[in-house]
Ligand binder design. Structure first.
Ligand code: DX5
Ligand code: ZN
Length: 215
């Protein structure tokens, strides 16, 4: 059974209390929060004032995905949200090992995210230190994009690396996840599915969450 982390990016921001209530009463395991800076990715989403408001009312563990340069600057602020997981991009961290250590010292789980063009082998020397690898299955920055098919091969490859090294890292995927792509990702060894538009764009989001969970 997959863990499901719906992405708030696709929610109706004019009715965030209603959307969070939907998440709280659903079978979702986590809530995925996408922070963008307009520099690392060509878009801006929401920042800490919004995250703080969400954290106050959300009862699910927070899975924070920082698509920003120098994410280490914000470790204390993410910790103060009470976040369970802090995901930083491999491409944004020249001193990734130090950042992972700092996230752990702050009491959070550490996730490392790979853009579609970054190969899994780049994680060889960090895989035993991380709690999760987040594979982008679209180019980060926008919701509702088309799933990149090569991603299932990357999941296989990552699963192999995790098994070979005895790492405990979970595999999370993000972008273009729907029932069909979700099933292929699950079959390839994915542990956590992030889904934005597939969940929040639906008439019955609870049903969609269950569909993904039971793939
Ligand atoms: C994209 C974000 C995703 C996004 C996924 O940069 O990281 O979490 O919300 O959206 P969908 O599921 O609509 O592709
Ligand atoms: Zn994301």
């Amino acid at each position: 059974m997959q863990l499901i982390s719906p992405s708030l990016l696709a929610a109706d921001f004019a009715h965030l209390d209603r959307e969070i209530d939907m998440i709280n009463t659903s079978q979702a395991d986590w809530l995925h929060l996408d922070v963008m800076d307009g520099v690392f990715v060509p878009n801006i989403s929401f920042g800490f004032p919004v995250l703080e408001a969400v954290a106050k009312i959300c009862t699910k563990p927070l899975d924070v995905h920082l698509m920003i340069v120098q994410p280490e600057k914000f470790i204390p602020q993410v910790r103060d949200l009470g976040a369970m997981m802090m995901n930083v991009h491999y491409e944004a961290c020249p001193h990734l090992h130090r950042v992972v250590q700092q996230i752990h010292e702050a009491g959070m789980k550490a996730g490392v995210t790979l853009n579609p063009s970054t190969p899994v082998c780049m994680l060889r020397d960090i895989i035993q230190d991380v709690d999760m690898v987040l594979l982008m299955t679209v180019n980060p920055g926008f919701g509702g994009q088309k799933f990149i098919e090569h991603s299932t091969e990357k999941v296989h490859e990552l699963k192999q690396l995790i098994t070979q090294t005895g790492s405990h890292a979970l595999i999370e995927v993000d972008g273009g996840v729907k029932a069909d792509t979700g099933r292929r990702l699950a079959d390839s060894g994915t542990d956590v599915l992030v889904a934005g538009s597939y969940v929040f764009g639906a008439e019955n989001p609870h049903e969609r969450i269950l569909t993904l969970k039971n793939l």
